[in-house]
Design a protein around this ligand. Sequence first.
Ligand code: SF4
Length: 357
Amino acid sequence: MNKHSFPNGLQDNHGIGVFMKKHMNIPIFIPHEGCPNDCIFCNQRKISGCTAAPNEAELRQVIRAHLSHADHPRDSEIAFFGGSFTGLPFSKQEQYLKIAEEFVRAGQVGGIRLSTRPDYIHEAVLELLGKYSVKIIELGIQSLDHDVLHRSRRFYSPETALKACQLVKNHGFSLGVQTMLGLPGDTLSKSLRTAETLILQQPDMVRIYPTLVIRDTELENQYLSGQYQPLTLNDAVSWCSEIVPKYEAAGIRVLRIGLHHSENMEIGAQVVAGPVHPAFGELVYSEIWRKKIIYQLSKAMESGQKLIIHVPASDVSKVIGQHRKNMNYLKQAYGFTSIKVLGDWKNPNSCHLEFQG
Ligand code: SF4
């Protein structure tokens, strides 16, 4: 892969989704640029396979290359990620922004988005970004627990992170937040508290990343020496299934759950250990559905012999679960002789249970 080409759907811990059906991000990868230190879990070069930020010519080339196959270029955004954009010297930020702005002014893309650290958000830098077509600022919050932040070498306080959220919103930008689950010292209750506190900040969108042990990171050393254990896949799915519905109930878009899966991001490639799965988000939504159905079942324990579950057509496979996991569970737990899942329910994110004797 060329050092400035990008795999489909690339994500990083300050990550930004790359190709979506209509909306497209044009990813400009600036690995570790502007970062004060390496956080213990992070190695952007391993995650992406890209080694250096582009120069001016390369930046224009990357943007043009993506635009050449964009179906809806005006819905595209130029997305700076993989580093701490607002930690760069102002002159460097302006150098990038001016080039991106050329494409916005020419009507070729819809705007600019970027990701950065919360401790690099302040009035002066937001005023700078406000001079350009920056629409979305994503903050790598990761956790709002002091100990977890410190052990991850983030070196800012939860208060700083919350203040950054409000500054971004007060300056009129859309706010994205990124959190990680299962960092050293993390627990489910800490992650739930982080989510609940972030929801109060009313971000527009969130990305949730269970922690993976990436090659050539301090976390790899801690894992190999037995000081750190990542979440199991089951735990990571279970934690996400508790946290995701909280954001969704508050009307906050969940843009991504888990790093984008690619050959690079498999155990044995750049991932040493951790809850990797090619369809991680699907597992989470399947678990969420299982919990929703169990909740409804518990309210309707006068169950008959047969169960018919009516759900939105787009959710049928998630309700059934991989290898019919949810169906098998319901049969075993509640003794149904048969279970049918019908995609005929019109209300999104809800279901209707029908019992037949
Ligand atoms: S600040 Fe962000 S990009 Fe930089 S090392 Fe930490 S997690 Fe990685």
